[in-house]
Design a protein around this ligand. Structure first.
Ligand code: GLC
Length: 560
């Protein structure tokens, strides 16, 4: 067990992720903004969360909804002004909540000053800020691109007869981290935000900053899932993270979490072992990848979901951090569909039960929990199968590619609709009035049609709502340090319906039982539940006989 003398505030916090575009619109243009978040500060505080992670709010042409930054030191006009930002930061701090910014430094927008300069000539001082390939060398070895219209990560630029590299869209050229000047610019920018008072960063696709820039040819027929050695985790990654730590993180009392595509249990500690001075935490994709095609991440693959395998993923990751480092836990974010639809059951019958069960899970694991806005009320997928409903470049470009190639684009959308990112980006449902109280105009992405029955106001007024349960569970985590630092041990590991585990500390033993299925389920254990103390449950009559109702969640304090 991690000892209590390893206690750190960033291990004990709960992070609430706000997708600003969809949170609250204050000026009627249909786009959420900073003033809108300010209006909701008391609501955020009422959730009991300690840190807010804000998706990018910097100036951006929004090819990829803010992940294409054209000015790191300015606020996107649609979101407001720097004064609005300062008001938000102060409002959070006044309420004892910290703010984590999104740091997108694998790439910039093609409208960033650096790229505009870089394009001008081959011998321009900014040329080396990006990865260029001179056309005389022939076509560069093929690289697949996630958001590109033709799936090609090299874009030809006639002006200098060269190609530039972009893992994401052609409007997101990759920065050249081999150039020390680039790294210096990034660290200066980070310090500028830290000096302003922000409390840390979530580091977007951080494993991609170092890559093999000799760009060797890819093996034939390589599934997208095998891309990492060619696009990420390059030879200098750890050196750069150590440098970032030295130059920035070590100078502040701050928090960071890396988006760690491609990191696995074998190399995890290289990133977060405290003695290596790199990152504090990261998040991986092993559990969220279940049910998604490994061929290209775009298709839902519902057959590929076995709870026993899923449980093992969490057990294995927990073991990695048993002595060193620290983990994170999440089931939803702006790149995923809604957790209740994906990992629970969004039918009217089970929606609330399963959302509560999933919150019991998120808030009872040994890791820093991340809660995505809207999940506190159990918002669900829209599952649109008509492309007209989509705004996400990822979905739209892939769909168009299939259409151009004469492939089954409708079949793709039917499958993808269950996992598309726009499912998680529909506007937050505040109440049952016009446009759910999100905006007085037309929302940039249509609301979920269920907003009249599923919304914050309704749940505030009903004591057995998901929202109230979430707050109670948050309080429980705060009151029981065992839920944060206690050891984790699976119970009845082979059970295909129940996810059960013990959290154990010097002074307390807790048993968490979660039914992930729509059927009754029996827990096979010797543990005596008869005298236990029930700390929380999502049913009025929680089980004491080891039979669990559909999506039942219970936490027992076991008497010694
Ligand atoms: C990360 C972000 C995602 C974005 C991508 C490119 O995965 O979470 O939203 O599209 O990076 O920046």
């Amino acid at each position: 067990m991690q000892h209590y003398n390893d206690r750190q505030w960033w291990k004990e916090v709960v992070v609430y992720q706000i997708y600003p575009r969809s949170f609250k619109d204050s000026d009627g243009d249909g786009i959420g903004d900073l003033k809108g978040i300010v209006e909701k500060l008391d609501y955020i505080k009422s959730l009991g969360v300690d840190v807010v992670w804000l998706n990018p709010v910097y100036e951006s042409p929004n090819d990829d909804m803010g992940y294409d930054i054209s000015d790191y030191r300015a606020i996107m006009q649609q979101f407001g002004t720097m004064d609005d930002f300062d008001t938000l930061l102060k409002g959070l701090h006044d309420r004892g909540i910290r703010l984590m910014m999104d740091l997108v430094v694998n790439h910039t927008s093609d409208e960033h000053y650096w790229f505009k300069e870089s394009k001008k000539s081959r011998d321009h001082p900014y040329r080396n800020y990006y990865h260029w390939w001179d056309a005389e060398k022939g076509k560069p070895p093929y690289r697949w691109s996630i958001f590109d219209k033709e799936s090609n990560a090299w874009k030809y630029d006639a002006h200098t007869n060269s190609y530039y590299f972009h893992i994401f869209s052609e409007k997101q050229p990759d920065l050249n981290w081999e150039n020390p000047q680039v790294r210096r610019e990034v660290y200066d920018m980070m310090k500028w935000w830290m000096d302003k008072g922000v409390d840390g960063f979530r580091l977007d696709v951080i494993t991609c900053i170092s890559k093999d820039i000799s760009f060797p040819s890819l093996p034939e027929h390589m599934p997208v899932g095998d891309w990492f050695p060619y696009y990420a985790k390059g030879p200098n990654l750890h050196a750069y993270l150590q440098e970032m730590h030295r130059e920035v993180f070590s100078k502040y009392d701050c928090m960071n979490v890396g988006e760690a595509s491609g990191v696995n249990i074998n190399d995890a500690l290289l990133f977060v072992d405290e003695d290596r001075n790199e990152l504090q935490t990261f998040y991986h994709f092993e559990h969220t990848g279940f049910g998604i095609s490994k061929e290209n991440f775009m298709y839902a693959d519902d057959d590929n979901r076995d709870l026993t395998e899923w449980k093992k993923v969490f057990r294995n990751w927990d073991q990695v951090f048993a002595e060193k480092g620290w983990g994170t836990i999440y089931l939803g974010n702006h790149d995923m569909s809604r957790m209740t639809s994906r990992f629970g059951n969004d039918s009217i019958q089970f929606r609330e039960l399963s959302a509560k069960m999933l919150h019991t899970f998120l808030l009872s694991m040994r890791a820093t929990p991340y809660i995505y806005n809207g999940d506190e009320i159990g918002m669900v997928n829209t599952n649109h199968t008509n492309i007209a409903h989509y705004q996400d470049i990822y979905t739209i470009n892939y769909y168009n590619q299939l259409k151009q190639k004469g492939e089954d684009y409708q079949g793709f959308l039917n499958s993808h609709s269950k996992i598309s990112r726009d499912n998680g980006r529909t506007p937050l449902q505040w109440d049952d009035t016009w446009q759910a109280g999100f905006t007085t105009g037309n929302p940039w992405l249509a609301l979920h049609e269920n907003y009249q029955t599923l919304n914050v106001a309704e749940q505030e007024s009903r004591p057995d709502s998901v929202l109230h349960y979430f707050r109670t569970m948050m309080q429980l985590r705060k009151n029981h340090i065992t839920l944060i630092y206690g050891t984790f041990e699976l119970v009845d590991e082979c059970n295909k319906q129940l996810f059960a585990y013990i959290r154990h500390s010097d002074h307390q033993k807790l048993l968490v039982v979660l039914n992930f299925s729509e059927e009754q389920a029996l827990l096979d254990t010797e543990i005596d539940l008869a005298n236990s103390n029930i700390l929380i449950s999502n049913y009025e009559d929680p089980s004491r006989n080891k039979w669990y109702k559909p999506f039942e969640a219970v936490i027992y304090e076991i008497k010694h």
